[in-house]
Design a protein around this ligand. Structure first.
Ligand code: BGC
Length: 757
C-alpha cells in the first residue's frame, strides 16, 4: 500500500510535489463531465514525466490490429480511445523564465480535488532560477451543466519582488496516443484560425473543434496562433504580493453533435457564453449541478475515514464518467483517466456498472445503457457471422466502441462468450429493479432472442454424455483458456435460453404489434425456436462434484494440483507478474470470481449450504488479480455472515487506486471496478436485493464501521437507508413504497425504523 493521498471525506489532497508521482496523480485527480474528461496534467508545459490525456466520449480511431499470428475471425482494427487536443494549456513566464515544475524549485505544493463539485485546485509556491518567488493558484473544472465547456482560473503573484508575468494560454491539437500500434498520429488538421482549431480523426472521420476565450484584467492579448496550435499571449507587471489572474474558457465541440462546417463557430460560441457568464457564476452552476447528482447516491460510512473517502472516490469517478445523456457513450474500464484497454465497452458495463446507475441515476439513465447494446445488435449479429454463426445469432463483442469487436486474442475474442449472458442479464436486472417490463417490447426481446440463437448454435451434443456441452470457452476466470463446460458460461447460457423464451411470450401476449414486428424483422419462429431452446436447457451438462458439494468450474478442474492461495509465497504474487503464463494455466489459481459470479447473479436459486461450500472452496483458490473480483466475493461473504472476510475483501476494492495497490494507477483508474465497490457496500453491507419483485434491505455492518448510510433511487423515489449494528432506518422522499426491511414486509411512508435481528 502506498498512501500518498491524504484521508479526507470529500477531498483528494496531495501535499507535496513528487516528480515520481506525477503520472499517478494525473490519473487520480482526473476530471470528467460524462461526455469528456482528462487527466490532471498541469496547465503549464511540464518537461518532466507525464502522460498527457484529454478524451472525448465516443471519438475513436480504428488502429490497425497488430498480432503475431493472425487468426481468421479477428477484427481488422482496435478502436482506440483518442488522446485529443491539449485544451488546458496555459504557458506562464516570470521575467521571461518559463514556469516549468521540473525546472524550478518547488517550495510548497498542494493539489486538491473536491469531489462534492468536481473542481481541481492547485496551489504552489516556487522559486524561479532568477530568484523570484512566485505563488500560483489554479482552479479548473469541466462544466457538468454545459457539457462542451472547460474553465480555468490561473492566478500568479510574485512574492519577494515585482515581476513581469506573461501568460500564454494555448490549445495544442498536435497530439498522439502513447498506445498507437504503428506509431501513427490519429488526427489530421482541418483548420486553425485565431482562437479556434479543428481536427479530424483519420479513418473514422470525427471532427472536433476547440476554441478559447481568455480574459486577463488590464491586458491586451497578442495572437500567436499557428497550424494546430491556438495561442494568445499577454504580459502584465505585478508588484510583490499582487495577483495577476487569467481566466480561460474553452469550447470543445464535436461532429457527434454539430455539423462539421459549423464546429469552429459552435466551439467559439460555447467559450464566449462561458466568458459572458463568468467564472464565479459558472462555478456556482457547477456546485448546484453536482449537488443534485450527489443527492441520490451518496454513501456515508461512520467510523472509518479511509473507507469513506474510498467509496466517495468510486462514486465520484463513476459520476464523472457516465451520466446517461447520450446513448453513444458508455463506461470504459479507465473512464477518462487513461488510454489503456482501448475500446470502451466491456461486459463490465452490464455486470458491474448498470446496477450503480440504475439505483442512483434513475431508470432512464440505466435504460440508455441497454439501448446502447440494442443499437449495436446488428453489429453483434455480424460479429457472430464472422465466426460462422448464422440465422441472426448475436455475439456481442468483448470490447467495442461502435458495436464491432476490437479484441484480438482468440482465447478471449472467440471464447470468452459469457459476456453475452451479462448483456441478457442486464435486461432482466433492469426490469426487476425498475418494473419497466415494456422494455422487452421496445428492444429487450430482440436482443434476448438473438443471444439465445447464439447459445443454441454454440452448444454441442455429446454422444458420450448424452447431454449438451459447451466446448472451448474462457470463463470470467481468464487464467484458464479453451476449457470445456465452464459452469458459469453454461449456467448463464441456459438461463438466457429460458429468459428469452419467457420474454418473447410476454411480448406476444402484451404487445402483439411489437411481437409481429419482431417476428418479421428477425425472421423469428417462436414455436420452433423456443422449443429447441428449452430442450437444450433441459439437457445441458453442468459440472458438479457431489462429494465436495460444489459446482465444477470446468471439466478437469479437480485434476489440478489443489494448492491454496494462503500457501502461496507472497513474493510470488501477483502471479501474473511472477509466473509464466504456462504455469498459471496449469495451476488451480483463479483470477476472478467465476463459479461465484454465477452464484452472485443467481443467488435466489441456491440454498445457503450450496453457497457456503462453493464460497469456501473457490475463495481459497482465488487470487483476485482482476479488480472486478473482490467485490463479488465481498457480497457473498456478507450474505454468509462472514463479516471479517467481507471487510478484508472490501478493502481491496474501495481504495485500490487511491492507495495504488497494484502499482499501476499511473496508467489510469479502474473505473468499472469502482462500480463493484459500490455493489460491495450497497448489496454486500447494505444487503440490498430484489426478492420476488420487492426491494429488500438487510444491512449488516463490518465491525470497523459504526454507521452506514446510503441513498438509492427506487421507482421514482429517493430512499435513504441508514444502519448501525442494531438498527436500520429507511426514509422515503416521494410516494410511500412497499419494501422488505430486515425480512419484514412493510410500507415506507416517511421514516421507518427496525431493529436488527
Ligand atoms: C478482466 C475482465 C474485464 C477486463 C476489463 C480484465 O482483466 O479479467 O473481466 O472485462 O479486465 O475491465
Amino acid at each position: 500500500m502506498n498512501q500518498f493521498i491524504k484521508t479526507d471525506p470529500w477531498l483528494l489532497v496531495e501535499e507535496r510535489f513528487d516528480p515520481a508521482r506525477v503520472k499517478s496523480s494525473e490519473s487520480l485527480f482526473a476530471l470528467g463531465n460524462g461526455v469528456m474528461g482528462g487527466r490532471a496534467n498541469f496547465e503549464e508545459p511540464y518537461s518532466g514525466e507525464s502522460l498527457q490525456g484529454n478524451y472525448i466520449g465516443a471519438i475513436y480511431y480504428p488502429d490497425k490490429t497488430r498480432v503475431g499470428w493472425w487468426k481468421n475471425g479477428y477484427p481488422e482494427y482496435f478502436a482506440k480511445v483518442l488522446n485529443s487536443a491539449f485544451w488546458i494549456g496555459v504557458g506562464v513566464e516570470v521575467d521571461g523564465e518559463p514556469l516549468d515544475l521540473a525546472r524550478v524549485e518547488v517550495l510548497a505544493f498542494r493539489r486538491e480535488l473536491d469531489m462534492r463539485r468536481s473542481v481541481l485546485t492547485r496551489r504552489m509556491t516556487v522559486r524561479m532560477p532568477s530568484g523570484v518567488e512566485v505563488e500560483a493558484e489554479i482552479v479548473r473544472f469541466l462544466s457538468l451543466q454545459r457539457r462542451e465547456l472547460g474553465v480555468i482560473r490561473y492566478a500568479v503573484r510574485p512574492l519577494n519582488k515585482a515581476a513581469e508575468i506573461t501568460f500564454a494560454p494555448f490549445i495544442d491539437a498536435d497530439v498522439r496516443n502513447t498506445d498507437a500500434n504503428y506509431d501513427e498520429k490519429f488526427w489530421e488538421p482541418v483548420a486553425t484560425d485565431g482562437d479556434a482549431v479543428q481536427s479530424r480523426t483519420k479513418k473514422s472521420g470525427f471532427d472536433v473543434a476547440w476554441a478559447q476565450r481568455v480574459v486577463l484584467d488590464g491586458a491586451e492579448f497578442r495572437c500567436d496562433t499557428k497550424p494546430e496550435r491556438v495561442c494568445h499571449s499577454a504580459s502584465v507587471r505585478r508588484e510583490a504580493g499582487e495577483w495577476a489572474v487569467l481566466y480561460k474558457y474553452a469550447g470543445i465541440c464535436s461532429s457527434l453533435n454539430h455539423k462539421p462546417g459549423e464546429l469552429m463557430a459552435a466551439a467559439r460560441a460555447v467559450a464566449a457564453d462561458g466568458a459572458a457568464a463568468g467564472f464565479d457564476a459558472l462555478l456556482k452552476e457547477q456546485e448546484t449541478a453536482w449537488a443534485a447528482r450527489w443527492h441520490s447516491c451518496d454513501i456515508e460510512i461512520g467510523g472509518d475515514d479511509a473507507a469513506q473517502q474510498g467509496i466517495r472516490f468510486c462514486i465520484f469517478m463513476l459520476l464523472q464518467t457516465y451520466t446517461g445523456v447520450d446513448t453513444r457513450l458508455n463506461i470504459g474500464p479507465k473512464g477518462f483517466t487513461g488510454e489503456k484497454y482501448g475500446g470502451v465497452t466491456y461486459w463490465d458495463t452490464e455486470a458491474y456498472c448498470l446496477p450503480f446507475y440504475m439505483a442512483t441515476a434513475g431508470p432512464q439513465v440505466a435504460r440508455e445503457l441497454l439501448v446502447y447494446r440494442y443499437n449495436q445488435l446488428d453489429k453483434a449479429i455480424e460479429n457472430a457471422a464472422k465466426l460462422g454463426f448464422h440465422s441472426g445469432a448475436a455475439l456481442y463483442p468483448m470490447v467495442t466502441i461502435n458495436g464491432e469487436e476490437c479484441h484480438n486474442e482468440w482465447e478471449i475474442t472467440f471464447e470468452e462468450i459469457h459476456r453475452n449472458g451479462a448483456i441478457a442479464y442486464a435486461i432482466f436486472n433492469y426490469i426487476r429493479y425498475t418494473g419497466d417490463k415494456n422494455y422487452l417490447a421496445e428492444g429487450g426481446a430482440e436482443v434476448l432472442l438473438s443471444i439465445a440463437r447464439f447459445w443454441a448454435q454454440r452448444i454441442t451434443w455429446s454422444e458420450a454424455r448424452k447431454q449438451y456441452v459447451m466446448l472451448g470457452v474462457t470463463g470470467p476466470n481468464e487464467y484458464e483458456n479453451n476449457v470445456n463446460n465452464n459452469w458459469y458460461t453454461s449456467y448463464i447460457a441456459c438461463w438466457c435460453l429460458r429468459y428469452a423464451a419467457e420474454a418473447v411470450a410476454w411480448v406476444r401476449e402484451n404487445s402483439p404489434e411489437a411481437y409481429a414486428a419482431i417476428c418479421a424483422k428477425r425472421s423469428f419462429d417462436e414455436q420452433a425456436e423456443t422449443a429447441r431452446w428449452l430442450e437444450i436447457d433441459r439437457n445441458m451438462y453442468l459440472g458438479e462434484d457431489r462429494e465436495l458439494g460444489i459446482f465444477l468450474q470446468q471439466d478437469g478442474y479437480l485434476d489440478k494440483e489443489q494448492v491454496l492461495v494462503k500457501d502461496l509465497d507472497p513474493a510470488e504474487r501477483p502471479i501474473n507478474q511472477k509466473w509464466s503464463w504456462d504455469r498459471i494455466l496449469r495451476s488451480c489459481f483463479i483470477k476472478q470470481a467465476d463459479v461465484l459470479q454465477g452464484l452472485y447473479l443467481f443467488r435466489d436459486r441456491f440454498d445457503e449450504g450450496t453457497l457456503r461450500r462453493n464460497f469456501d472452496f473457490y475463495e481459497a483458490r482465488t487470487v483476485h488479480e482482476s479488480s472486478l473480483s473482490p467485490c463479488v466475493h465481498t457480497i457473498l461473504a456478507a450474505q454468509l455472515g462472514l463479516m471479517d472476510k467481507a471487510y478484508e475483501l472490501y478493502l481491496r476494492t474501495a481504495r485500490l487506486d487511491l492507495d495504488d495497490y497494484n502499482r499501476e494507477v499511473e496508467e489510469g483508474c479502474h473505473v468499472t471496478s469502482m462500480a463493484g465497490s459500490w455493489l460491495a457496500v450497497v448489496e454486500g453491507f447494505g444487503g440490498m436485493r430484489i426478492v420476488d419483485g420487492v426491494l429488500s434491505l438487510e444491512p449488516r455492518l463490518p465491525e470497523a464501521w459504526q454507521r452506514l448510510a446510503f441513498r438509492i433511487d427506487y421507482r421514482g423515489r429517493v430512499l435513504s437507508v441508514e444502519a448501525t449494528h442494531n438498527r436500520a432506518i429507511v426514509s422515503c422522499e416521494g410516494e410511500p413504497v412497499e419494501i422488505l426491511l430486515c425480512g419484514e414486509r412493510l410500507k415506507v411512508d416517511g421514516r421507518t425504523e427496525r431493529s436488527m435481528k
